[in-house]
Design a protein around this ligand. Structure first.
Ligand code: ATP
Length: 311
């Protein structure tokens, strides 16, 4: 028997992208990861993940770059559903997940991690498993270093490989422009290039910069611009030299500062206010240095329920 669409239970979660306003990378550890001092800021670019009951786990994806997103068990959202099903004793992850992508794929903005966080919440809601927050955060950390932050949102300091989070106060709204690139960069490759460029040079233990934490707390865009830093930027630029042109174009258009977002190739520009951000986005779009440019704000909330229907 078929059901009217409105009676099909569906849970939609919206989840933010992140920009690293500081990414300090230590030397490689024995397990291959790097110790980080990683200051995450959630921004207004969002994916949406909708969970519906299904006979077995399946994934669909729409939006820019969706052809690059795997639709099999390697999708981070699928892995999240399976992990939650195992953790709650449900056995099989009998769910269909639809991902509406707006976060650039392989763009250094943790889109896959965001989808994993959204899938954890969506399935928990759909299945009524009411997993305690602490357990969801622990499962998120098992899925990937950036997944817990997508649940928490706002701003946070990530230590360890980035997954040990301390929330940070933010005293105002920051205006950003993101220059989206054609094609992605592989995060492991960017870390390898970072190690290669450093060679045998001594690498200090990564520490958060006090001036940066103060700028966030004060909501001071000028101070934040002066303190932005990303140890992965030289590696991303080495692998994709055209990023120099993007950074130059954004700075010339009036940004307070620009940097590569995480492992790139997205570039992030801090603007003093919303009208300037809109202008920078227009100039960047006309510059031919990027696929598109998007103005948005931070901080943004962590993953949360957008709609629940037919439950
Ligand atoms: P990060 O900033 O966390 O290093 P990223 O933003 O650079 O990550 P993602 O968009 O998370 O990159 O994608 C990295 C790779 O992960 C993709 O190339 C894709 O093969 C794979 N992937 C798995 N699941 C997803 C998903 N749900 N969305 C996007 N990519 C996914």
């Amino acid at each position: 028997m078929s059901h009217p669409a409105a009676s099909v239970p569906a849970v939609t979660i919206r989840v933010p992208a992140k920009v690293n306003v500081q990414l300090a990378v230590g030397p490689p550890r024995a397990d291959g990861y790097h110790d980080l001092a990683n200051v995450f800021l959630a921004v207004g670019l969002q994916d949406r993940v909708t969970a519906r009951p299904a006979d077995r786990l399946s994934i669909t994806c729409a939006g820019p770059g969706s052809s690059l997103v795997p639709l099999d068990g390697s999708n981070l959202a699928a892995r999240a559903a399976e992990l939650l099903a195992a953790h709650t004793g449900r056995g099989s992850a009998d769910v269909h997940l639809h991902i509406d992508k707006d976060i650039p794929v392989a763009g250094g903005m943790a889109g896959g991690s965001a989808d994993a966080a959204a899938a954890l919440l969506a399935c928990d809601e759909l299945w009524g498993t009411r997993t305690p927050r602490e357990e969801l955060l622990e499962l998120a950390g098992r899925l990937g270093s950036d997944v817990p932050f997508a649940l928490v949102g706002g701003a946070a300091l990530g230590r360890g490989r980035g997954e040990l989070l301390t929330p940070l106060p933010v005293g105002g709204t920051f205006h950003w422009v993101f220059a989206l690139a054609d094609g992605g960069l592989s995060t492991p490759e960017v870390y390898r290039e970072c190690d290669r460029l450093r060679g045998d040079a001594p690498v200090p233990a990564p520490e958060p910069a006090p001036a940066l934490l103060a700028a966030l707390r004060d909501g001071d865009a000028y101070a934040l611009a002066a303190a932005l830093s990303n140890d992965l930027q030289p590696a991303a630029v080495s692998l994709r030299p055209a990023l120099e042109d993007v950074l130059e174009a954004g700075n010339a258009a009036g940004a307070l500062a620009g940097l590569v977002s995480g492992s790139g190739p997205t570039c992030a520009f801090l603007a003093p206010d919303a009208p300037t951000a809109a202008r920078i986005a227009t100039v960047l779009e006309g510059s031919g240095t990027c696929r598109a440019a998007r103005a948005t704000t931070s901080p943004a909330p962590g993953a949360g329920v957008l709609t629940i229907s037919g439950a």
